[in-house]
Design a protein around this ligand. Structure first.
Ligand SMILES: Nc1ncnc2c1ncn2[C@@H]1O[C@H](COP(=O)(O)OP(=O)(O)OP(=O)(O)O)[C@@H](O)[C@H]1O
Length: 306
């Protein structure tokens, strides 16, 4: 498996503030790597380090065989949207893409039309970037990032501002790029249901620390469908479940437990808990979700950071 990006013991400080602490992980060719973390976790900071927009405090980043920030060829094979997509506001969509093509040394300009079509901006080629809607600006940013047909694409919150049809189109586009062009993708989003749809692997970052990596396959196993119970006293409920050998289960937070099986009868479970003097607010069968997984992960992590 070819390694596209290797992050080794990376630290980033802003003055006394540690934005990233000892972050290490690897992205291999063909991965769609979903990066998940709360506001301020360090996702954008990490992406800025990878693209050498910002210097490392220490550690090592190897991108396409070259070490940051001394890239020679690596950036030519990289497309990125970080924070706000870069476009000249006074220039039209077409002009922006022409400039970008020149910057990338692209001679065959037919790639511009192809890319415009790919991101669904055909109706807006003559519109100035400053007059595009938020979602259309996202699409233009994506077009600019895709123009040089990069091997590796870094997308920071690319779904922000997209309408439902835009989100659907984006999902198809990511799958197409990954499956047909073998583009490797690092993507962050707070819309976990969408991230789940497109990613093949997930990396979780919290308070500047890389806390877990899981493949989609493994996540699906660990995060199987189950029965979600909401009670007033999870500790007591967990003891009762243990005594009754109702397992496996996960305590998600101070009110919720997920029994990782659908084999139990919810009415009987309710009866058991109520007769043990627990207030049961809710018992529902549910499909596993990335959101639940993330919540449980943070719960387990609770108190582990500074
Ligand atoms: N230039 C800077 N100077 C000082 N602190 C910074 C700077 N850039 C980022 N930070 C801090 O580093 C932390 C990580 O920020 P970052 O933008 O990487 O988070 P994020 O995970 O992308 O969050 P979000 O999901 O909100 O976009 C934050 O606490 C932020 O305030």
């Amino acid at each position: 498996m070819t390694q596209i990006l290797k992050i080794e013991h990376v630290n980033k400080r802003f003055g006394n503030f540690r934005a990233l602490t000892d972050v290490s992980f690897t992205i291999n060719r063909g991965d769609v790597y979903g990066l998940i973390g709360e506001n301020g976790a360090g996702k954008t900071t990490l992406m800025r380090l990878i693209t050498s927009l910002s210097p490392l405090s220490d550690g090592k980043i190897t991108l396409l065989g070259e070490q940051a920030p001394h890239y020679n060829q690596a950036l030519k094979h990289l497309g990125a949207i970080i924070e706000n997509p870069a476009a000249f506001k006074k220039l039209t969509v077409l002009e922006n893409l022409k400039i970008s093509a020149i910057q990338h040394g692209i001679e065959d300009l037919s790639v511009i039309d192809e890319t415009i079509e790919l991101v669904g901006l055909s109706e807006k080629t003559k519109t100035r970037a400053g007059r595009l809607s938020l979602g259309q600006r996202q699409r233009l940013g994506l077009a600019i990032a895709l123009l040089a047909q990069p091997d590796f694409l870094i997308l920071d919150e690319p779904i922000n501002g997209l309408d439902p049809s835009g989100i659907l189109a984006f999902r198809k586009l990511i799958k197409k790029l990954n499956q047909e062009r073998n583009t490797t993708i690092l993507i962050s989003s707070h819309i976990l249901s969408e991230l789940y749809q497109v990613s093949t692997k997930f990396g979780f970052i919290s308070h500047g620390r890389f806390i877990k990596e899981v493949t989609k396959e493994k996540l699906d196993q660990e995060n199987a469908a189950g029965i979600l119970i909401e009670v007033d006293d999870v500790k007591k409920a967990a003891q009762i479940l243990d005594q009754r050998q109702i397992s496996p289960f996960t305590v998600l937070d101070e009110r919720r437990i997920l029994i990782n099986s659908l084999a139990f009868n919810t009415a009987e479970l309710n009866q058991i808990l109520v007769t043990n003097n627990l207030a049961v607010y809710n018992i529902t069968q549910q499909e596993g979700s990335l959101e639940n997984y993330y919540t449980a992960l943070l719960q387990n992590e609770g108190g582990n950071h500074d």
